[in-house]
Design a protein around this ligand. Structure first.
Ligand code: SF4
Ligand code: SF4
Length: 448
């Protein structure tokens, strides 16, 4: 099926005589638009059942009802269906087939790789290198995240702005900066990207250290989205002080507090959020995955709707992520893979974690969030080359900081930790998200 999709995309990118429509004008459809633009494919319009969406342009394109489509000559267009919910795709597919369109000829499901549990991974070398620069991919990721916030927010929420160059107005562009504030979490997700269930004891980052480091970074950078996360963000005992400290910093457009929704924030945090609309809560939406709730105990299940209601009652800016139908299976295999230098650079080029933002943790900036824990837990060994994987803020003067960040973020072409990893790309093995395990899984230093 993946090959069918690949062939279909090649066909539509070379056949310039037909119009391209995206079925679904939601976040998934809009993300697809960004992907297609990146591939050099021009989209003419969205097709969507929702009459409200049909009244306005979406990402600058008209939105037509499916009935409009059926009045066009089906030899004149291709439809790419971009829906995260498989039931929506099934309904759209049935309706299009009743109206004489053929699957994989006139239309195709473009989102299925994101929903499918791929058990046999495709080797990274078979995944084509992206056609756009690392800089463009970093900017596109930021744009996606900002637009996701924009469409979920009240109408007056600022429209997304795409960073245009690595240095703007003398400041380094950091499209997405994660600040990791705690390793405590209420859940134990077996395939946690951050490896939370592997920590023997949890720790909370010091408020002063966090704010001092953020101040140094934002003095020389424009941060488009600052994500505050853990573990579970609301478990940090001094969260309010962290937020108050962040509010004093300049050059940050938007702050997102990531939560798995199993606990509620303190009333003082709620009051802070009410007064500071650029701070918003981002609900991870684990509950949307049908297999997930049964893995939790009664207390945890109850809190999902509580946080949602609380956001509505207090009119807190918040957004609910689209449901993950699958997660990348990073596995617990941290052996050196024996890649050549070319292999490791290719893996870094195709890996989604390599362009998804910088992360601040314990005074260091990392490009790859995934590999912070394997270093911290001594699972992969440090060597003389490991320093290319992170930027130590204490070792960098204020004068050099901006250029060091820019060079590190935009010009890194591989990380030494990539040698211990299979990466995350559309050919990766996938697992069911949010599977809970009973106990902590402590790891000891491995002999590699
Ligand atoms: S909620 Fe799950 S995935 Fe998120 S940090 Fe906690 S253990 Fe990891
Ligand atoms: S270490 Fe793995 S997840 Fe991180 S950038 Fe490299 S390949 Fe991607």
């Amino acid at each position: 099926m993946l090959k069918q999709l690949y062939d279909f995309l090649i066909k539509i990118s070379t056949d310039k005589t037909k119009k391209i429509y995206i079925r679904g004008a939601g976040i998934q459809g809009q993300n697809t638009l960004v992907d297609l633009i990146e591939m050099g494919i021009t989209v003419s319009a969205y097709i969507d059942n929702d009459p409200e969406k049909q009244k306005n342009l979406c990402s600058g394109l008209p939105v037509y009802a499916p009935q409009w489509l059926y009045h066009q000559d089906s030899n004149d267009y291709y439809v790419l269906c971009a829906m995260m919910n498989p039931q929506y795709y099934a309904q759209a597919r049935k309706e299009m087939m009743i109206n004489g369109l053929e699957e994989n000829i006139h239309f195709i499901d473009i989102s299925f790789p994101l929903r499918t549990l791929r058990k046999t991974p495709l080797p990274a070398r078979l995944i084509p290198k992206p056609s756009t620069s690392r800089e463009a991919r970093i900017f596109n990721n930021a744009y996606r995240r900002k637009r996701e916030a924009h469409v979920s927010m009240p109408k007056n929420f600022p429209a997304p702005v795409l960073p245009t160059s690595r240095i703007n107005d003398g400041l380094a562009s950091i499209s997405l900066l994660n600040v990791w504030i705690t390793t405590a979490c209420t859940l134990r997700c077996r395939d946690c990207l951050h490896m939370m269930p592997h920590y023997k004891s949890t720790s909370h980052e010091d408020v002063e250290v966090i704010i001092n480091n953020l101040r140094r970074i934002t003095n020389v950078s424009h941060v488009h989205i600052l994500e505050v996360l853990g573990g579970e963000t609301f478990l940090h005992p001094n969260l309010l002080q962290i937020l108050e400290g962040i509010a004093t910093l300049s050059n940050i457009d938007q702050v997102q507090l990531i939560t798995n929704e199993t606990i509620l924030p303190d009333m003082e945090v709620i009051n802070f959020l009410k007064k500071n609309p650029k701070f918003l809560i981002r609900l991870s939406n684990y509950n949307g995955h049908t297999e997930f709730p049964s893995a939790l105990d009664d207390n945890q299940q109850g809190d999902f709707s509580k946080l949602d209601k609380l956001c509505h009652v207090h009119r807190l800016n918040h957004l609910r992520r689209t449901v993950d139908y699958s997660w990348t299976d990073f596995t617990d295999d941290f052996r050196h893979r024996g890649y050549s230098k070319d292999d490791v650079k290719h893996l870094f080029d195709i890996c989604g974690c390599a362009t998804s933002g910088l992360t601040l943790y314990q005074g260091k900036l990392y490009i790859c969030f995934r590999m912070i824990s394997p270093y911290g837990l001594n699972i992969i060994p440090l060597n003389e080359d490991s320093s290319r994987d992170y930027l130590v803020l204490a070792d960098t003067s204020d004068e050099d900081l901006r250029d060091s960040i820019v060079n590190f973020y935009y010009d890194t072409d591989y990380l030494t930790c990539c040698y211990y990893c299979d990466g995350s790309h559309y050919g990766s093995r996938k697992v069911i998200p949010n599977q809970q395990i009973k106990k902590q899984v402590h790891r000891e230093m491995e002999t590699i």
